[in-house]
Design a protein around this ligand. Structure first.
Ligand code: LMR
Length: 320
């Protein structure tokens, strides 16, 4: 049986990390695409040369022509520019929207059956635009952020409680921006919801509130430290987790920017929600019950995403 084909659109820091992870996990053969000549070829060759030591056989190819992604089973999109200190993700909207147009058209022409995972910011609006430009089925186009934001939340919680990250579950709902909604009621240590851990005296509400805020600021914290770009290891790992769930039909419950129509009272939009990812792409949106405060925060986040989508329509008339 032929190995799956994984196309990585964008050969920057995340693209290179994605290629290395996909090869090490033997998820399939990798095509690393970028418009910059030499960069994808150089990174692909470098990673291929780590194969003998690591022991993987995945083929690695660098490409500047969309024709090379032909027939890809998965496309992970990182093309576009990252933010720098002082910028918000939303500041990237105009420039990255143009990139999504050419990427969407390239995928539509050469890999229309792929499962597409977008990482480019501002995430939820770029997922929406990528879907509009590509015309792919909505359940086959999604965004990576919920897995990343939840992983950050889990990491900070494991530090607070001094326990393994494996015993911490966490959910982050909403758009991948400053209004994201880390859900303490649905996050647990060893199955015990966080509010109960406050009651038990294992932590305080103030400490949990600080962790929620640190999760919301997680991307900016790394941008502030790196100074020249944004996070790449954890975003790449999150996207690979989603790609693996699709390729292996794992039916993983993963929060991601998915098309929501009906659930959460929404009328068709991309926003971060818990989903089931398997061979059908985003196979299900899990409609969890929200209390008044959670709903208010989610609505604020939905409004922020809708504002960005409206801005996309204002910039590119073909999106109306
Ligand atoms: C992240 O959360 O790390 C990414 O969205 C990159 C960024 O600009 O914060």
């Amino acid at each position: 049986m032929a190995r799956p084909k994984i196309a990585l659109i964008g050969a920057g820091q995340i693209g290179g990390t994605l290629a290395h992870l996909a090869a090490m996990k033997e998820l399939g053969d990798v095509v690393l695409f970028d418009i910059a000549e030499g960069t994808p070829q150089g990174k692909a060759l470098d990673i291929a040369q780590s194969g003998p030591s690591e022991g993987f056989d995945a083929a690695m190819k660098g490409a500047n022509d969309y024709a090379d992604i032909a027939g890809a089973d998965v496309c992970i999109v990182t093309a576009g520019v990252p933010r720098k200190p002082g910028m918000s993700r939303d500041d990237l909207l105009g420039i990255n929207l143009k990139v999504m147009k050419s990427v969407g058209e390239g995928i539509a022409k050469h890999a229309p059956d792929a499962f597409v995972i977008c990482i480019t910011n501002p995430l939820d609006a770029m997922v929406w635009a990528l879907r509009e430009f590509s015309g792919l089925p909505r359940e086959k186009v999604c965004g990576m952020a919920g897995v990343l934001d939840s992983a950050r939340f889990r990491h900070f919680l494991s530090l607070e409680f001094g326990v393994s990250m494996r015993d911490v579950t966490a959910f982050v709902l909403g758009g991948h921006g400053d209004t994201m909604v880390p859900l303490t009621r649905y996050s647990t240590v060893a199955g015990i919801p966080l509010p109960d851990l406050v009651t038990m005296g294992w932590t305080t509400q103030e400490k949990l509130d600080a962790i929620v805020q640190r999760t919301r600021d997680g991307g900016a914290e790394i941008v502030g430290l790196l100074k020249t770009g944004s996070a790449f290891y954890a975003p790449a790992t999150a996207a690979i987790e989603m790609a693996e769930a699709y390729l292996k039909d794992q039916k993983r419950v993963l929060p991601c920017a998915a098309w929501v129509d009906g659930a959460y009272g929404l009328n068709g939009m991309y926003v971060g929600v818990p989903t089931v990812i398997g061979a059908g792409g985003v196979e299900k949106v899990i409609d969890i019950a929200l209390d008044g405060d959670e709903q208010a925060m989610f609505t604020k986040s939905v409004d922020a995403v809708n504002g960005l989508v409206a801005a996309c329509k204002g910039i590119d008339g073909s999106l109306n």
